[in-house]
Design a protein. Structure first.
Length: 508
């Protein structure tokens, strides 16, 4: 039975694969392991360039230091008794010069079995080639890992977008710009983490499986816990657990978290995504506006040394302060509706119908929900420069605190950049009676068929009954932020392994 599965796979091999397998067999016959271990470099390509870029050919003649470098052979130029190998060690590329006269018979024979894509190791002295390029003149050479499957044609790389996402390991090997984008994502996450640590926030980890779906309006994924024999929801947001920590006495907390929402795929949506949520006792959403400005302004300066970034053909400025705009005002500016029109269902249904919305689905919606639809349909796309949208209707904000002067709206903002929602923040609702009532309204909506409405989290209500200090909380979508900061048109470009349809390897 085991042989069946092995043969099913090996039957897919090409002539090139078979040729590489023959070379691997020759290594084994020569008592050389084609998958060696305990072989180490003592430097990197970037370190060597920093150390020797300024040295002339003459300067390098007397150099006696031996350097050992290891990486993938990205180009092998063979001249019979000599060769140049372009070695990519993940920090850059360095040429290795191989000569039959300078290597042992064993090492040169091993070089002769080297293909494009193999991992190699070499030790020798730096010099400049006849063309003036830096290279290492090798004294020793090892083929460390034999690559069985050929990489794509070396001059054109991997260009099919679907294959780039599915075989990210090949994409990063062949497309240095992909590797740099994903490296920059790591820098962004590190900057964000350091930003909050430096301001006294405690980093925490909260559950990813919940017995109650809550913390956001979204359709959850369902799983099952065998030992407890109970269904659980994959986390759609960590909000309710993080606010429990405020109740418990931690005044500032944050979590860089993975969330799961059972919704469609698009260039801006992945069902598994990363965000940061942070909560601060004794702060308000207005404080968080300033905090967010400082975060994004500092991030731009850290990455690019300036307050502006380029996304496509647009230049986005993170100079402080960012624009503030009430949602109703944004709708009026985008549609030319009057203030009275934004409270009149007939006026809003008329323009939404013209925009392609089904009037039957609009008929039962409240004026506030229609106004939000108008914002999403007509205003969002035009909000290019960083803009805080404020004064959200209470009806669509089940976890936010009502405004003291106008209880029909909540103390909340969404940060819009390039027409995208990047952040969402509000003064937290800490009145347990109000929270219970709003949970009940959400539960009724869910009973009525709204799959994105949340359940009643009675334990969270109980936590609020013990008392939670006034606080502000915010979530920032890290994936979308990385798209902006790396000029990436699709969310898949900034996720190491984005969700894709299952790959079928064999005909069934």
């Amino acid at each position: 039975m085991r042989e069946k599965y092995i043969k099913q796979w090996t039957d897919t091999y090409s002539e090139q694969t078979d040729a590489r397998l023959e070379k691997r067999a020759k290594m084994t016959e020569a008592k050389s392991n084609p998958y060696k271990t305990d072989i180490r470099p003592n430097t990197t390509a970037s370190e060597l360039r920093a150390r020797h870029d300024a040295h002339s050919k003459e300067d390098m003649v007397p150099m006696e230091t031996d350097y050992a470098i290891a990486g993938r052979a990205m180009l092998v130029r063979d001249f019979g008794k000599a060769a140049f190998i372009d070695c990519d060690d993940g920090h850059g590329r360095m040429q290795l010069y191989v000569s039959k006269n300078d290597l042992s018979e064993t090492d040169f024979a091993e070089y002769k079995l080297t293909d494009f894509g193999d991992f190699v190791w070499g030790r020798g002295k730096m010099f400049r080639t006849g063309k003036g390029e830096l290279a290492i003149h090798l004294k020793e050479f090892k083929l460390v890992t034999k690559s069985i499957r050929p990489l794509p044609e070396k001059f054109h790389g991997l260009t099919d977008a679907e294959l780039c996402y599915r075989m990210r390991y090949v994409d990063m090997t062949m497309n240095p710009e992909s590797r740099e984008t994903l490296r920059k994502r790591s820098q962004i996450v590190r900057y964000i983490r350091d930003f909050f640590h430096d301001r006294g926030y405690l980093e925490v980890e909260t559950p990813m499986m919940h017995s109650v779906a809550g913390g956001a309006t979204a359709k959850p994924f369902l799983t099952h816990h065998n030992a407890l024999d109970m269904d659980l929801f994959m986390r759609i947001a960590p909000e309710l657990h993080l606010k429990r920590l405020l109740v418990g006495g931690f005044p500032k907390v944050f979590e860089i978290n993975r969330c799961f929402r059972n919704e469609g795929l698009s260039i801006k949506h992945n069902p598994e995504f990363t965000s940061i949520e942070f909560y601060e006792a004794w702060a308000t959403y207005e404080d968080h506006m300033q905090l967010t400005e400082n975060l994004l302004n500092g991030l731009a300066l850290s990455l690019f040394g300036k307050e502006t970034i380029t996304f496509g053909e647009r230049e986005l400025s993170f100079a402080k302060p960012f624009k503030r705009l009430p949602m109703r005002q944004a709708v009026m500016e985008a549609t030319k509706l009057s203030d009275a029109d934004t409270r009149n269902p007939e006026a809003m249904i008329k323009i939404l119908k013209a925009g392609g919305h089904d009037p039957k689905k609009l008929a039962g919606l409240s004026p506030d929900r229609l106004m939000v639809l108008c914002f999403e349909e007509f205003a969002e796309a035009g909000l290019i420069q960083p803009t805080f949208i404020t004064e959200f209707p209470t009806e669509i904000s089940p976890l936010a605190r009502r405004n003291d002067k106008n209880p029909d709206v909540v103390d909340r903002f969404e940060l819009m950049i390039n027409g995208w929602e990047i952040a969402n923040a509000f003064n937290e609702l800490n009145n347990p009676t109000d929270q219970l009532e709003r949970f009940a309204e959400q539960a009724m909506a869910k009973d009525g068929g709204d799959e994105e409405a949340c359940d009643v989290d009675y334990d969270f209500v109980r936590a609020l009954e013990y008392g939670m200090p006034p606080a502000a909380g915010q979530g920032i979508g890290i994936d979308r932020l990385c798209m902006l900061m790396t000029d990436s048109p699709s969310i898949r470009d900034v996720i190491l392994f984005p969700q894709l349809k299952k790959e079928e390897f064999f005909e069934t």
